[in-house]
Design a protein around this ligand. Structure first.
Ligand code: AMP
Ligand code: GLY
Length: 418
């Protein structure tokens, strides 16, 4: 089977690493990929958002299956386009990916189907939004409706901050079209948890839980990033907690999407907060999280291709998915300055000294001759397994410490609870 992965970050490297172990895959391609993925797959320089070129490439290379990993091409309808061209594609169609690409859609769905989430209102008029902010209880959470690279959320403890966030998004168009509509919601507190799940639109199989660290610096200081590291499992849930999650959130979400005529097939990401009143949904994503994929996929025992095919054929109820026991930790090595301005093009040293039982997933890297150079904000995801989270964390840091590049920045507290 000839498989194309769309994307080029740490998540896509982890997907490529896992799919490479499938005996039924004869050739792996990745668009655009990176220097690490190039060791496993033929990388083609097509952007993940260039739908025309991707469909053309899949056709001309007689690709049997396309794995669409990032949010943008899913929202833009790459899966729809491939299906129309007669090419099998893994990921939700755009009318289901809207669960991530419109927060207003997601919130309204949760309200209609009584899925627990923070109270909220949706605004597309700046005056009404500011009037709401003037009277609402603080803290307030202001969210751009559309995709904003994980940066479209402001938690305002002061009224002035909330007002500034509304103005910035709606008047100054900080996130362009994505911020012309806003969700303003109440503030929840409790531990956060990522729950990824495979679903064929009817059956839902949760993966091992995970937890990412979004802020740039230790002790959750600094700006929000795409994620500076992750561990799995992310929480120790007992049978009761799992049942509650299944009954109040997981199955109701899948059933709601089907009832709306938008069956969701693919990987569904539940960003959860475990509040005093039970688990609540903070956000949905329509794909694997990054870096969460880098800790969850190494713990997956079952062949990922078997799972993908069961989802496409809508027979996930007949598949048993097995997980390794133990834990995983991923520490992200980022370019100094990320997520604000940073320099790239620096040689990465020490990759050949990483212990062989650790995995280095590449995110922003490119090869130039014999050298691997930095080429993005998040550069590497250094991942290790262990019997416990503590053991995995220790191993990941030992591996990270043999790697260096100019201005490299990593958090030192991945795995620790805030
Ligand atoms: P999101 O992009 O929706 O995941 O939001 C980014 C981060 O903002 C989340 O991971 C939470 O830490 C925080 N957050 C979002 N919504 C809320 C809320 N209603 N209450 C408290 N924190 C929130
Ligand atoms: N790590 C959060 C995300 O992938 O959206």
């Amino acid at each position: 089977m000839r498989v194309l992965i769309v994307g080029g970050g740490g998540r896509e490297h982890a997907i490529a690493w896992k799919l490479k172990q499938s005996p039924r895959i004869s050739q792996l391609f990745c668009a655009p990929g990176n220097a690490g993925i190039a060791e496993l797959a033929a990388c083609v320089p097509i952007k993940a958002t260039d739908l025309d070129a991707l469909v053309r490439f899949a056709r001309s290379e007689t690709i049997d299956l396309v794995f669409v990993a990032p949010d943008d091409p899913l929202a833009l309808g790459l899966v729809d386009r491939l299906e129309t061209a007669g090419i099998r594609a893994f990921g939700p169609r755009s009318h289901a990916a809207v669960l991530e690409s419109s927060k207003a859609f997601a919130k309204d769905l949760m309200r209609r189907y009584r899925i627990p989430t923070a109270d909220y209102q949706v605004f597309d008029d700046v005056k009404a939004a500011l009037a709401h902010v003037a009277g609402a209880e603080l803290p307030l959470v202001v969210k751009a409706d559309g995709l904003a690279l994980g940066k479209g959320v402001v938690i305002a403890h002061e009224r002035e901050e909330a007002r500034a966030a509304v103005t910035d998004m709606m008047v100054n168009s900080r996130f362009g079209q994505a911020g012309q509509k806003l969700v303003i919601e109440s503030f929840l507190s409790g531990p956060e948890l990522t729950l990824l799940a495979f679903t064929d639109g009817r059956t839902i199989h949760p993966m091992v839980t995970s937890r990412d660290h979004k802020r740039a610096c230790d002790n959750d200081q600094g700006l929000n990033t795409g994620g500076m590291g992750a561990v799995a499992p992310g929480a120790d849930l007992d049978e009761n907690a799992w049942r509650q999650l299944r009954e109040t959130i997981l199955q109701p979400t899948v059933d709601a999407m089907r009832a709306e005529g938008r069956p969701f097939k693919g990987v569904l990401y539940f960003g959860l907060m475990l509040t005093q009143d039970g688990p609540k949904v903070i956000e949905y994503n329509a794909r694997f999280g990054d870096p969460e994929a880098q800790v969850v996929l190494p713990l997956l025992e079952t062949d990922l291709l078997d799972i993908i095919e069961a989802i496409l054929d809508e027979r996930l109820d007949q598949l048993e998915i097995r997980w390794k026991s133990g834990a995983a930790c991923c520490v992200v090595a980022a370019s100094g300055g990320y997520p604000a301005a940073y320099q790239t093009g620096y040689p990465i040293l020490g990759l050949d000294k990483v212990p062989s039982d650790c995995l280095v997933f590449h995110a922003g890297t490119r090869r130039e001759g014999d050298a691997v150079l930095t080429s993005g904000g998040r550069v590497l995801g250094v991942t290790a397994l262990g019997r416990t989270v503590e053991e995995a964390v220790g191993r990941a840091y030992r591996a990270l410490d043999v790697i260096s590049f100019k201005d490299m920045h990593a958090r030192r507290d991945i795995g620790r609870r805030p």
